[in-house]
Design a protein around this ligand. Structure first.
Ligand code: SAM
Length: 206
């Protein structure tokens, strides 16, 4: 997925990941009480479905995407739904965020893309975004998927995910196997295998 023209993908609606329904995994962590309404940052918000869900669930949402076309679509959807969201168009790997860190950061399908181009930049941003004790919920492609590679999301092993996301700043809280729901490729509804990882920002360096 490197060198993807994200704006073009959104202009052509070539966006199989864009399910239009909030992530089940996100709904679960909220229903479980692990994450309560708070300030949240969404990495790679796309057309804003999950950002809107979070805002409607009582969260104060900031949502970022590289694609200004996606951001415009997300803004329009948020306006139509009456959700108040702060949108940022930026590359997450070079975002110079110097505001207050967030108790919760959510990411459905962006880390597994950005890691291939600028993992260190992504880690630096993540470290700045999540407050000590705060949580990062990430959904990423799973290398154990039996389906032929190439048509779904980028895949990675559990070891890669844990090493890259713990680095010197986070502890793994839980890692589960799940699925990306609502993914439509070639007219077919697929459920690519996914990792659902919850990481907690360390309160002291490793
Ligand atoms: C697979 S899509 C997922 C979008 C959204 N999370 C969803 O579930 O519908 C990946 C998203 O990451 C965005 N993206 C890609 N590279 C990025 C970067 N370096 N910084 C911020 N967003 C990026 C793309 O524009 C796209 O919206």
């Amino acid at each position: 997925m490197q060198n993807v023209d994200w704006n073009q993908r959104y202009i052509e609606s070539n966006t199989p990941w864009d399910s239009g329904v909030p992530s089940e995994e996100l709904k679960q962590v909220i229903a479980s009480g692990l994450i309560k309404p708070c300030r949240v940052f969404e990495i790679g918000c796309g057309t804003g479905t999950n950002a809107i869900f979070l805002a409607k669930s009582g969260f104060e949402v900031t949502a970022c995407d590289l694609s200004d076309v996606a951001i415009e679509k997300a803004k329009s959807k948020a306006e139509d739904s009456g959700a108040s969201i702060a949108f940022i168009q930026a590359d997450i790997a070079t975002l110079e965020y110097d505001g207050a860190p967030f108790p919760f950061v959510f990411d459905r399908g962006t880390y597994h893309i950005v890691r291939k181009g600028n993992l260190v930049g992504f880690q630096n941003t993540l470290k700045r975004l999540v407050e000590p004790g705060g949580c990062y919920l990430v959904l990423a492609g799973n290398a154990n998927d039996d389906a032929p590679e190439g048509c779904g999301p980028p895949r990675m092993t559990a070891a890669e995910l844990c090493t890259e996301l713990e680095f010197d700043a986070f502890d793994l809280v839980s890692l589960e196997v799940g699925h990306f729901h609502g993914v439509k490729i070639g007219g077919e509804l697929l459920t690519p295998l996914a990792w659902k990882g919850v990481f907690r920002r360390r309160t002291s360096p490793r």
